[in-house]
Structure formats: C-alpha cells, structure tokens
Design a protein around this ligand. Structure first.
Ligand code: URA
Length: 209
C-alpha cells in the first residue's frame, strides 16, 4: 500500500502553509515542512502527538526533536524498550525506534502550537492512512486531548463514548488506545505530568501487548 503523506509544499491548510512560508524566510536553513512520521510502519505501537513545535520538529524534521517536548518522551521509550540510543535532540543522534512509530495529529507547525479544528480535520486523512497502513498496530498512545480526539475520530468512534483522561484505556476492536497528558514543558513544569505518571502509562502499554 502506498502511504499518503503531505507534500513538502502541502497547501491544504492555507494558514499553516503561510506560517511555514514565513518561517522559510526567517529560518532558511531549517526543515520548515510537514514533519514525517518516525519509525517503522510495521511497529505495534503508534505514539500520536499534537503538532510539530516551531523550533523543535519543524526545525529538525523529526517528531518531538529539537525542543523540550522530546526530553521525556524519548528517554521513556528507551527505558521501556521501544527505542535504543541516546536522545540528543537532533535527528542524527542515532536514536532508533523499536516496534514503535511516532506521528502527529497535525503534520505542520501551527502558530502558538494551536491548530484550528478545521486544520485538525484537514490533516486527519493522513492519520487515517497511517493507521490503516500499520498492519501490526496494537496500541496507540495519544498525547493530549487533540491527539485523543483525532485518533478516536480516525477509528470511527463517538467522542462521547470515550472521554479523555490521563491513563484512560479505550479498547476499540483489536486496537487499544491509551491516553496521557501531553509531555510538553508546560505540563511537566507544572507537575500535571510527572516522570512517574508517564512511566506508569508506558507500563500500561507494555501490559497491553
Ligand atoms: N513536537 C511534536 O512533534 N509533537 C508534539 O506534539 C509536540 C512537539
């Protein structure tokens, strides 16, 4: 199957395309394009984030890489055997995902980290295609409410039947969806998400396999 991915000049969301165009002028040596998923399509675990951070994934081209957002995610993936290597915040740090893949609900960086509902809907076909292509998919880890909502809509579920809450588990056919608060700097700095809470979610993922 040919996986649908956004073109590097994707203009399905005019506001996001305009933001990328501006950032191409401001930061000409940076990635500044829809950020592709990372990891094997044959993986059993899919981690779904929100959207690339301006100076993180949007600069480096790898999800959760280059800003604070990956500092908890990648070491936790390593700790639980879903990655190997030492995360250093750049795409050539040699980190390899093992039986895991990382993507975002929205592939382009949104201004102020806030995609609109329309942008989330417009980008969803790529998530639908991604999930359809993952033939061994068993567990989806949703980081935050936007990811949770987009994944459940992708799976054809009613949101009213599946409320987002940290560590909630939703069994949908053969797929287990597990929620976590997003591992953003805001959430970790405020203590909304601690390392222990995040590791407990990964223990839950391991148990679900
Ligand atoms: N970087 C990403 O790739 N996704 C997020 O959700 C946050 C930062």
């Amino acid at each position: 199957m040919n996986l649908a991915v956004p073109d590097k000049d994707c203009s399905l969301c005019p506001r996001l395309k305009g933001f990328i165009d501006d950032n191409r002028i401001k930061f000409p040596d940076k990635f500044n394009a829809p950020v592709p998923s990372f990891g094997s399509i044959d993986a059993r675990l899919l981690v779904v984030g929100l959207a690339p951070g301006l100076k993180g994934a949007n600069f480096t081209g790898r999800p959760f890489t280059g800003d604070y957002a990956g500092d908890l995610l990648y070491p936790t993936l390593v700790k639980f055997g879903f990655a190997k290597g030492v995360f250093a915040g750049h795409p050539d740090d040699g980190v390899e995902l093992l039986d895991a893949r990382i993507t975002n609900a929205v592939r382009c960086v949104p201004p102020e980290n806030k995609p609109t509902g329309e942008e989330i809907n417009t980008c969803r076909p790529f998530l639908i295609d991604e999930i359809a292509a993952m033939k061994n998919l068993k567990v989806i880890l949703c980081l935050g409410l936007i990811s949770h909502n987009s994944v459940l809509k992708t799976l054809g579920e009613k949101l009213s039947a599946h409320k987002f809450s940290h560590a909630a588990q939703h069994d949908i056919g053969d797929i287990i969806v597990i929620d976590s608060y997003h591992c953003s700097r805001y959430n970790t700095n405020t203590g909304r998400l601690t390392t222990e809470m995040f590791e407990d979610v990964f223990a839950q993922i391991k148990a679900a396999f």
